[in-house]
Design a binder for this molecule. Sequence first.
Ligand SMILES: [Fe+2]
Length: 454
Amino acid sequence: MTASLNAPENRYLSGNYAPVADEITALDLPVIGELPRELNGRYLRNGPNPIGEVDPESHHWFIGDGMVHGICIRDGRAAWYRNRYVGSSALSAARGVPDIPGRNWNNGSGGPNTNVGGFAGTTWAMVEAGACPVELTHELETIGRNDFFGTLPGAFTAHPKIDPATGEMHAMTYAWAEWLDHIQYVRVGPDGSVNRTVDIPLPGMSMVHDMSITDRFVIVYDQPVLVDLDLAFAGRRFPFRWFDDYGNRVGLMPREGTAADIVWVDVPVGYVFHPLNAYDTPDGNVVLDVCFYDVMFRNDLNGPFGDSLPRLVRWEINPTTRTTSVTTIDERVNEFPRHRGSLTGKPYRYGYCAQVDESSMHWPTVKHDLVTGSREVFDHGPGRAAGEPVFVGRPGSTVEDDGWLVTFVHDGNNNSAEFVVIDAQDFARGYVAQVQLPQRVPFGFHGNWVTERN
Ligand SMILES: [Fe+2]
């Protein structure tokens, strides 16, 4: 198969995908509505923001230099907004300054542009494909690369999963240029030190974007988006594309197992960036709720949205018969799925997604009730697009949806951005609070609510 190239028009460089030029600090921002007094911490979100000129013919959305946008909420006040580039060798070179500190195990130039969150008392920016995590200060300045305090052998990921029962962080990592025949499972203890790794051979160098955990398993997604060495040798071009004949499978590795113990099960051919959640059933099956694309990076080699858009599906996997039963939860577009973090890997009821609509700037937030099958829509209004909805539980709450959704909203009507807080139990109430930000926040990837504890 010959990869076709996009026309010079590159959707991932225009509109609200376009980068912003300035790093801004704004203090005591005005609030519309009322920020809950119990909501104390930072909402941080990472995304690509190319610092220099890029070639629109070859630029891939996933490659731009990382920039974290963050807002600090304290005692009902929007204490600050900041946006800062995430340090990397490439960024240092572009700025003509010395490289950032910290071990660079594969001498990679790029840095984390995909996720940011708190763990083990530290703020981490993260990315897949080899680059070391970068540690940030509370105010989002880069400290340097941090290989989990000297314990990470190589690559990490943008999508670790924190087990709410143990506090451990689980990751499927890959480094396509260094590890062409395997990926690596990494487990990090609550102290921030890696305490277990397992090399997992794969038949192709699959783009392993995310993973899942259940009480019994850590789960590998081995999907038909693979490194194409012709693309890899074509300079800074994104090296992954669709392969028709690779198939699609997930691997269930027992929590304390090895690669030889993995039960591989075929799933429908397509691509999943993001599982919503996963759990074991009482009869020994494994449920995976995923945002499923029919095809990925076959024709659109500059980003994820040109070939198909994702629907929300449930795969119930029987590890004994190695079969998968498929149920469509929602045919409409669902991406950037989130759930209550205290239920990661466990039975759960509610999922929250962004309804990405590439034909307009009208991206509602959707709440799925996976027990009744019903859905609720929070409509942010014409021309307004909400990103990944991050669920923040009300402190001390035990009811699953007792809490808030926080995210950035792009307002295409005046090219501005807001931080918004939504009552997860009461969409009809409208916004609990809106904070107008001093600049546009480009569409990006993932973020988290970070309390003072982590
Ligand atoms: Fe992602």
